[in-house]
Ligand binder design. Structure first.
Ligand code: UTP
Length: 327
């Protein structure tokens, strides 16, 4: 099996962090989003991987080559960001006819047993029931739980089974043919070549699709979802640590290569390698590689690699019955 991970997007919703780093290299619960995905693949012995790069692709390549030398990885550049379907089409030379594909979006972390995807041996789409399906691609099912239709961002509520971003494709050749048709005939939806349009074509050519449930679906596309994913991962995979002159309120991740002194850390805080934190109180935050934080109170904050936040202690001379609010 081959995993295909498209990571060419610009990540505009995560600016300013994505001015300096591609979204997949942003840190959550102690390691980059992409590391969470690749580590999950390794537990399923999936080591053939195609990574579709684009925005800041060299940084992605450098990171992966340094950390994942046991994988057999093809990097393919998507020169123009023309949509997810186009991204997957870009990697087509690396796909082999008899090698099934596991497509995993590069900005989402999943907590799921991936073998659920290929147990039926049919094409299979990861789905989750959502309240408001209008923001997602959805699937319609028949009485045998086979997909009868893919609909991208439905404006009328035809189904609440949202496509979460993991796709198992047992017939890569048919997928590539369907994508070829979209691209050659310039068939776009909302200006982009959509993967769901290609899947719909596969369905119309007679391919069978089933679904598997993905309850643990954690988006990393916006600051607030990156922080909520950080909270989830810290809760799920707690790590224990004790530091002199620092109080740690779990769950937290503090790298052994970080320096933390005279502070109160947590809950829900991750501090990456090389970060230096002194005289601070930090909760519900992500402190990235080699960031420096001193003398501040932080919550719901994301501090980028090598960024610095320096606060100060206030000095007051306050008389009886006075009130001072520092908002
Ligand atoms: P998104 O729709 O989240 O786009 O893509 P984005 O650029 O990453 O983020 P925003 O919307 O600007 O904030 C979902 C996934 O598909 C990849 C992205 O890299 C992301 O992993 N993608 C999307 C591509 O690789 N190429 C494309 O043309 C579109």
């Amino acid at each position: 099996m081959r995993a295909v991970i498209p990571v060419a997007g610009i990540g505009t919703r995560l600016r300013p962090h994505t001015y300096a780093l591609p979204k997949v290299l942003l840190n959550v619960a102690g390691k980059p989003i992409l590391a969470h995905i690749l580590d999950a693949l390794a537990t399923h012995d999936i080591t053939n991987v195609t990574i579709i790069t684009g925005y800041m692709g060299e940084l992605v390549k450098e990171f992966v080559k340094k950390r994942y030398n046991s994988f057999n990885i093809d990097f393919v550049e998507q020169k123009e960001r023309l949509g997810l379907g186009h991204a997957i089409w870009t990697g087509k030379e690396t796909y082999k006819n008899n090698e099934p594909l596991m497509i995993i979006l590069g900005d989402t972390i999943f907590d799921v047993d991936l073998s659920l995807a290929f147990v039926s041996k049919k094409n299979s789409i990861g789905v989750k029931k959502v309240e408001d399906p209008r923001r997602f691609g959805v699937v319609l099912l028949d009485e045998n739980k086979l997909i009868t239709k893919f609909v991208e961002k439905p404006q009328t509520p035809v189904s609440n089974l949202a496509i979460v971003g993991i796709y198992y494709i047992n017939n890569p050749q048919l997928l590539v043919e369907s994508l070829d048709k979209l691209i050659i005939n310039n068939i776009r939806t909302r200006g982009e070549f959509q993967l769901t349009d290609a899947l719909q074509r596969m369905l119309e050519s007679g391919a069978e699709f089933t679904t598997f449930n993905v309850e643990g679906w954690y988006d990393c596309g916006k600051p607030e979802t990156l922080l909520s994913t950080n909270r989830f991962l810290l809760e799920k995979y707690p790590s224990k640590k004790e530091l002199k002159n620092t109080v740690i309120i779990p769950p937290c991740f503090i790298s052994d290569k970080a320096t933390v002194e005279n502070s109160i850390i947590g809950p829900y805080t991750s501090i990456a390698d090389g970060a230096i934190v002194k005289n601070s109180v930090i909760k519900d935050s992500i402190i990235s590689y080699e960031a420096k934080v001193s003398e501040v109170l932080l919550h719901e904050s994301i501090i980028g690699n090598e960024a610095e936040v320096n606060g100060t202690f206030n000095k007051f001379n306050v008389g009886n019955s006075s009130t001072i609010d520092l908002d």
